[in-house]
Design a protein around this ligand. Sequence first.
Ligand SMILES: C[S@@+](CC[C@H](N)C(=O)[O-])C[C@H]1O[C@@H](n2cnc3c(N)ncnc32)[C@H](O)[C@@H]1O
Length: 245
Amino acid sequence: MGNKLSKTLKKNTPFPTINTQENPDFKYINGRRYHNVESVKYTLPNDDEEVDRLHQQHFLLRYIWQKNFASPVKHILNQNGTKVLDVGFMFLAIPKDSWADTINEMTRVLKPGGYLELVEINPMPFQMGPVSSQFFIPDDLRKRGLDPEIVYYLRTYFEKQENLENVIEEKNRLPYGPEAGKLGQAAVENTRLGFSHVKPFLQEALKISSEEFDNKLDIMVKELREYDTYHDTCCVYARKKEIIE
Ligand SMILES: C[S@@+](CC[C@H](N)C(=O)[O-])C[C@H]1O[C@@H](n2cnc3c(N)ncnc32)[C@H](O)[C@@H]1O
C-alpha cells in the first residue's frame, strides 16, 4: 500500500515517533484518544477518526448554509496578511458561564473593522422518536456546565459586547428526514459517528451496557429519518468597531 513517495519517506525519513500513550495530555478509552484535562468539558476525541467526522460535518454545514461564511469579508480575505481564527461549533466546549468572556476575548483579539462570526447548533433536535429522546439528553450537558440552548442566546451575547456593531443573525435547520435526501443521510451518519465517539461518557450517563448502547444507536439513526427529526442552527456575525469605546 502507499505510493512511491510514502514508501521512500517511511524508509528514509526519521519521523519523530511520539509515544502519545505516555503523553499526559491525552487519555485513551477503547482505543480512542481524548484530552486529559480535568477542567475541560469537551467529550469528543481528538484523533484522526474524529478529524474525519469534523471534516464531514464541515461539508454538511457548508451545504446547509450554501456558503463558507456569511460575513461580508471577501475583500478582507483577498488582502495579504489577513488572519482567520476558526473556533466555531463550540457548544460542547464552552461552559455556560464562560460564553460572555469568550466572546469578549474573541472580540479583543479581532482587528478593528474585522468580523466575528459564530455558527452554533441546538444539540436537542425536534420531532424525536422514543429512543432518540433517550440519547439526546440536555440535562447531561447542563450537569457538565454546558449550555444546550446557546444557539438562541448567541445574538444577545454579541449585542452586549460594546465593541461589536451591525449584529446579524441567520437561522437555518439541519434536517435528517428523507425529504432532505442525501443531506439527511449524511447528517444521520455524522450524528451516528458523533454519538459513537462520545460513547464512554454517554454510556455512563445513560447507565446502559455497551451492547445496549450500540443497539439503541442503531434504532436511533432509523428514527431520525422516520420522524423527520431536525436541529435548529444559527449563524451570528458582527463587525468590530473601528473606534473602540
Ligand atoms: C465541534 S469541533 C468544531 C471544529 C471546527 N471549528 C468546525 O466547526 O469544524 C470543536 C473544536 O473545539 C476544540 N475544543 C474543545 N474544547 C476546547 C478547549 N477547551 N480549548 C480549545 N479548543 C477546544 C476541539 O478540539 C474541536 O476541534
